[in-house]
Write a protein of this length. Structure first.
Lengths: 155, 155
C-alpha cells in the first residue's frame, strides 16, 4: 500500500540568506543556494534558463502542524477556511515548499536566485528549470486570492 | 550539516491511470489522484483553481540512476550533455517529479487531472494550487529546448 511507503531524501544543499522573518517574502530578495560540492556537474547548462523551481524542506514545521487540514489563508479570518491542498501554506502533511525564482547567477556550487521565500539554513530538495510548459495563461484562482492580492498592491 | 539530514515523507496518495509507457506523456491524458481518505478535508476550496502542481515520487528510479549528474536531454545525442538541474529528467538525486496539470474535477478523495505524466501507482507527495505568481511571461530556455519543441510541433 503506497501510502505506508517511507520515502527518504537527502538535501542537495541549503539556503543562505541574511533575511529574517517576513523579510524572506520580499520578492526582490536575492538568496543563495549552496549545493553539495559533488553535485556541481549537475548545473551544466542551467544558465540557459531565466527561471527555476526550487523545492525545499520546510524544516520548521512540527509534526502537530503537519496534521492541520484546513487554514485561513495567510492567517486572515476574513478568508474562507481552506484545505491545505488549496493554499500554499507551510502547514501540510509533506512540508515541501515550491517557489519559482529568477536565476541571477552561478558561481561554482552556489546559485544566486531572486524571490526565494525560504529561511536561512532551509534544506533544498531539488532545483528544476522553468520552461514554457509551466506557463499557464490566466490561471483561475479563488476570489479571496484576488482580494488579498489587490490589498497588497494598494499597500 | 544539513546535507546529511534524512528527510522522511509519506505519500498523500497515488496516481491511477490506464496509460502505459510513453502514453503518460500525452498532455491530453486524464489521470486520477487517489488521496488518503483522512486528507479529504485538505481539498476544501481546491475547485477555485484551474491548475495545480503535482509533486510525485519517481519510484522507478534506481539508486544508480540517482547518481547520474549529466544527461543528453530526452536521450538525444544531438543535444548538449546537460546537468540534471538544467533538465526535467527523472534521473536526479532526489527523484521528485513536478508537473503542472489542469484540474478537471474532484469526487470525494479523488482528483481528476489533465496532463499528469506519471505512471500508474506513482506515489504522490503533494498537490499545490497554481496561482498568478507562478506565471512567468516568456521565460528563457536553452536553444536545444526550443529546437526539440519545434520538431515536436512539426510531427
Amino acid at each position: 500500500m503506497s501510502s505506508e511507503l517511507k520515502i527518504v531524501l537527502n538535501p542537495i544543499g541549503y539556503v543562505k540568506t541574511d533575511a529574517i522573518g517576513d523579510e524572506v517574502k520580499n520578492k526582490a530578495l536575492i538568496s543563495q543556494i549552496i549545493l553539495r560540492r559533488e553535485l556541481v556537474d549537475g548545473l551544466s547548462g542551467i544558465t540557459g534558463y531565466s527561471h527555476l523551481f526550487v523545492l525545499f524542506y520546510l524544516n520548521q514545521i512540527t509534526d502537530d502542524q503537519r496534521r492541520t487540514l484546513r487554514v485561513h489563508p495567510r492567517g486572515r479570518v476574513d478568508t474562507p477556511l481552506t484545505g491545505f491542498f488549496a493554499v500554499r501554506t507551510m502547514l501540510r502533511p509533506n512540508p515541501i515548499g515550491l517557489t519559482v525564482v529568477e536565476l541571477v547567477g552561478v558561481d561554482g556550487n552556489v546559485l544566486k536566485v531572486k524571490g526565494l521565500d525560504a529561511f536561512d539554513g532551509t534544506p533544498v530538495l531539488d532545483v528544476k528549470p522553468y520552461d514554457q510548459w509551466d506557463v499557464i495563461e490566466d490561471p483561475k484562482v479563488p476570489s479571496w486570492w484576488l482580494k488579498l492580492q489587490e490589498e497588497k498592491r494598494l499597500e
